[in-house]
Design a protein. Sequence first.
Length: 197
Amino acid sequence: MAVPLPVRKRFLIIYTKKEIKVKRLIVLSLFLILGTSIYAQNTALKVGIVDADLILQQLPEAIKANGDLKALENKYKNELDSVGQAFSKEVEAFQKEFQNKPNDPKAREKQLVLAEKQKKIEDLQTKRREELLNKQDELFKPIYEKLYDNISIAAKEEGMHYILNKKSGQDPIVLYADVQFDLTYKVLDKIRKAAGK
């Protein structure tokens, strides 16, 4: 079961692909500069990777939040489908009634009423989309905070300088990473242990 908007996709909402490429280039340049300066100081740079999507797919609270979000999404979809079907029937009735009477004053009046109803439907769609995004933020914010807190703890325990998100099935930001630095299951264990306390 996939989480509705994995970490990477949440950022794609805000940034365009070109902006992301530029930011990737900047981040990779920073790693090269930092890596060179740290290496020059005879200190080994330790970079860890975590598959945040995998962790989120296995967290019970993320699975529940995803289910709650899907239920709300289905509720809104059914509401909008119902309103849309009623509007379509009104448009069909209008077309049948005034098909051969284009200059009828009642036709213009009815067109204005239908245009107003269409605007209300579009406003409702926008409102429901915003409510869905707000609910997603409300449900997932504590989950992401828990994830990031545990990543930070695991990174400190392992003496890591950086932890990067390993993309599951997507273009990776890092082209090579030694699997010994993958902290995904350690973070997952920490979260499970914390939940068991």
